[in-house]
Design a protein around this ligand. Sequence first.
Ligand code: 4NP
Length: 150
Amino acid sequence: MKILMVCLGNICRSPLAQGILEAKIKSLGLDWIVDSAGTSGYHNDELPDIRSIEIAKYHGLDISNQRSRKINENDFEIFDLIFAMDQSNFRNIKKLGRTLDESKLHLIMNMVNSDNQPVPDPYYNDGFPKVYKMLDEACDAILDRFNILL
Ligand code: 4NP
């Protein structure tokens, strides 16, 4: 299973989602690949936001090896599942091209409750602990749902 986490900048939410899911996969011994990307490219090649690095570190995860990149159409071929953090990311991913198999694309919190809840953008506030908790729940739900399908 190859999974891509996507937000706007690929420095706050999706790097955390990647780090959290990678850690769970490792502890389960699963052979999955996780990556993350942004729809914007505003922060290409940058490290995750220091607040994401710190909240990850607080939970025992090191995400400082990640670098931001922009999603591209090749990702539609490479990845089996693409998780958008919010509706804006979801729409922008769809706009990227016609080659997307839309059954691969999900709003990440719909893995927990199917009510189209966004993971709020924490860049301009201090919502990082809440974002971490939401993504931790979502990653558990992803494993519950897709692990049994292997
Ligand atoms: P992210 O957060 O999409 O969770 O990485 C943001 C990072 C940067 C910006 C917006 C959101 N920005 O406007 O630069």
